[in-house]
Design a protein around this ligand. Structure first.
Ligand SMILES: Cc1cc2nc3c(=O)[nH]c(=O)nc-3n(C[C@H](O)[C@H](O)[C@H](O)COP(=O)(O)O)c2cc1C
Length: 141
């Protein structure tokens, strides 16, 4: 059984620091997640992040703690924390990064939906992540 964590957060990155920060996050994530047997996908809309991580329980707990205390974002809102029988992602990827009002509104809308209907918000966020990710959708979505 895999442990999963799905969240949305608000970027704390000033515009002129974004590109370098995203590069640094991708670099550390590629190697660290592989070592922890964690897969998933990250989206950056310019002002919000969304991410799914999936893997062994202790690995996900370690990463979750590191990510939550990272000052490059704030308001880390858990959309789903649970378990799954199969991975949604074969590897770890930056599924989308850029300034997109459309993606940003989607993330805002899903964050609001989470309050009313947590299951629907979680389904919708997984769809957004898999649709953006070339390596996504290996199991079911
Ligand atoms: C939005 C966001 C997503 C991140 N995702 C990951 C990730 O998937 N894997 C990872 O190792 N670090 C990720 N990081 C970086 C971690 O927060 C942390 O800086 C890094 O793992 C080093 O851990 P440490 O601070 O405990 O040394 C992310 C940071 C941010 C802001």
């Amino acid at each position: 059984m895999l442990t999963t964590w799905l969240y949305i957060s608000v970027s704390a990155l000033p515009a002129d620091a974004q590109a370098a920060a995203i590069d640094a996050i991708v670099d550390v994530s590629r190697s660290r997640n592989a070592g922890l047997d964690v897969t998933g996908a990250l989206i950056f809309s310019g002002s919000r992040f969304a991410q799914l991580i999936e893997g062994p329980a202790d690995s996900v707990a370690t990463l979750r703690a590191a990510i939550k205390r990272d000052v490059r974002h704030r308001n880390v809102t858990t959309i789903e924390a649970g378990t799954s029988g199969a991975r949604l992602f074969a590897g770890w990827s930056l599924a989308y990064s850029g300034h997109s009002t459309f993606v940003d509104r989607e993330l805002l809308r899903i964050g609001e939906q989470h309050v009313q209907d947590a299951a629907a918000a979680s389904r919708n966020l997984k769809l957004v992540l898999t649709e953006f990710s070339r390596s996504g959708g290996v199991n079911g979505l």
